[in-house]
Write a protein of this length. Structure first.
Lengths: 280, 280
């Protein structure tokens, strides 16, 4: 089982180039970068995890340049959006951003995606909140056309483009793996519908992901499709990690808070001790 | 006078990290990255410089992650969009991208912007071609609000959002310099209206910039504002450079073809002595 680290990159965290190198040196598999483009003061959607929206949600950098920098500082670490809010982004621009970071990393990019939950943020990008699921699906389908065809076109309800030409195509063929974020059962269905992996949060107010693994296995059988399971925001407790491996998870992602190197590096040292236990 | 280099970064050109290091080692001041998100097959707009649209326009990577990768491997080199097609990009996302790259480069980002000329490309991003000048002005004004205010809002004809919060703010205060591309008179007027510098082509099919500086000086006087000029696409021959310095330019940008390291590095070597000479 692989272990990745997620951090909201801010201007009060250690530089992402340093974080990426420290992760690679300690044999973590991947670095995951979330995004929120901004937070409207109106705050129409409560924070799904409960309580006040944490400060880091206001402060996080654009994941694509952050990943470009992280890739430049490393050679084997995978670099990932975790997650990219596709419903807030132009699909032609995003297809280009994804192909670009896949090149800058020489095929080490993982495209974590999600439909998001923050209504007024999404609406400031011209997206009707209620349509975000269908819009995300169409945008991902359109991006797959762009990544895999010399002349791409897409004609959907929300995305509509005549024939276009654009390179570079991604290094990974046909495109970087698309991991679909979100909870049980809806996001799991979306992952099987158009994704290359499912990436739910591990600990939710109403259930733990490991309690849903049997149902997930049944759903995959029903769909006749198998995609890997990445358990996001797993516990910062290496004693819990073997449960994920034993349940058949392919990867866990642990969040580390955006903090200075003197705070982050001891935490990475502690977490790195768990890697061997879940290796293989 | 400083010398910068522009290149359409593609998957067959020198890696941007290698290019950035090579430029810094040779005393070049800056790396400028153009963009085109895609090229529609319909090709409604002829190429302004005449002839077929060159291959590199189809192939160029997203400039923000490329600028971030270049910044990650350098200390002093400035990194720049040259130019960013603002009418094709979401204002809130772009404000975040600019602030991110300015943070990752520790204040070395220059924001070259332009209105674009390729009608069908722009329209695929939802911007009516005839409105692109007003759309760009509003987006730049909105981004300045986002970069400088804790709670930013903007209410224009094309950009409209209520108070919102987003960080990081750029390292450079109040924001990275905005270099406005375009010719005389339109680009020049826009530079004086909302730019921190003017970024015209040095050599155009119909005129050379140096032959029309009197018009520019008159325009500056009329507007009552003066901003520096960076001629873009200056001659490769260093013997042509002193004329720009003598005309009062602080920087020129030389545009190089998207070629491999073996082809690019000797060209940089051949220019390096000229770079030192005009730097004075």
């Amino acid at each position: 089982m692989q272990v990745g680290v997620l951090m909201f990159m801010t201007d009060y965290a250690l530089p992402v180039t340093q974080l990426a190198k420290e992760l690679e040196e300690r044999s973590f598999e991947s670095l995951w970068i979330p995004e929120h483009s901004h937070i409207p003061v109106s705050r129409q959607s409560p924070y799904p995890a409960g309580g006040e929206l944490p400060k880091r949600y206001y402060d996080c950098m654009d994941p694509f340049p952050v990943i470009g920098a992280a890739a430049a500082a490393t050679t084997t670490l995978k670099v990932a959006t975790g997650i990219c809010v596709v419903a807030q982004r132009d699909p032609i621009q995003t297809a280009k951003s994804v192909a670009t970071v896949d090149h800058l990393s020489n095929g080490r990019f993982l495209f974590g995606t999600g439909v998001s939950w923050n209504r007024d943020e999404i609406e400031n990008h011209g997206t009707n909140f209620k349509r975000r699921l269908s819009l995300t699906k169409e945008r991902i389908e359109a991006m797959k056309e762009i990544w895999s065809r010399s002349k791409a076109e897409y004609h959907g309800k929300y995305v509509n483009s005549g024939l276009i030409l654009t390179w570079p195509k991604p290094v990974q063929k046909p495109h970087p793996p698309i991991l679909v974020g979100g909870g049980w059962p809806h996001a799991a269905k979306r992952a099987l519908d158009y994704g290359d992996g499912w990436m739910p949060n591990s600990v939710r107010p109403d259930y733990h992901i490991l309690d849903k693994v049997a149902e997930w296995e049944a759903m995959k059988k029903e769909y006749g499709r198998d995609v890997p399971l990445t358990c996001c925001l797993a516990e910062d407790d290496i004693d819990k990690w073997p449960h994920y491996r034993d349940a058949g998870a392919d990867r866990i992602i642990v969040e580390v808070q955006p903090d200075t190197a003197d705070k982050v590096l001891p935490q990475l040292d502690r977490l790195a001790k768990g890697l061997e236990r879940v290796a293989g | 006078m400083h010398v910068g280099v522009a290149m359409f970064i593609t998957d067959y050109s020198i890696a941007p990290t290698a290019l950035a290091k090579a430029l810094e080692e040779r005393g070049f001041e800056s790396l400028w990255l153009p963009e085109h998100s895609h090229i529609p097959v319909s090709r409604k707009s002829p190429f302004p410089q005449g002839g077929d649209l060159p291959k590199k326009y189809y192939d160029v990577m997203d400039p923000f992650p490329v600028a971030a990768a270049a910044a990650a491997v350098t200390m002093n080199l400035k990194v720049a969009t040259g130019i960013c097609l603002v009418p094709q990009r979401d204002a809130i996302q772009t404000a975040k991208s600019v602030a991110t790259v300015d943070q990752l480069s520790n204040g070395r980002f220059l924001f070259g912007v332009g209105i674009g000329w390729n009608q069908d490309e722009m329209e695929n991003h939802g911007t009516p071609f005839k409105k692109r000048i007003s759309v760009m002005r509003e987006r730049i004004e909105a981004m300045k609000e986002v970069w400088t205010k804790s709670k930013a809002e903007y209410h224009g004809q094309y950009v409209n959002f209520d108070p919102m919060m987003t960080w990081p703010k750029p390292v450079q205060k109040p924001h990275p310099p905005i270099w406005v591309g375009g010719g005389l008179p339109g680009g020049g007027k826009r530079a004086l209206q909302y730019g921190d510098g003017w970024l015209p082509h040095a050599v155009r099919p119909d005129y050379r910039l140096l032959d029309r500086l009197d018009e520019w000086r008159a325009m500056e006087q009329e507007v009552g504002r003066s901003v520096p000029i960076t001629p873009f696409g200056a001659e490769h021959d260093p013997d042509a450079w002193p004329a720009y310095r003598e005309a009062g330019m602080e920087r020129i940008v030389v545009s190089l073809a998207s070629e491999s390291a073996e082809e690019v590095l000797p060209k940089l070597d051949a220019m390096a002595a000229g770079v030192t000479r005009v730097r004075g």
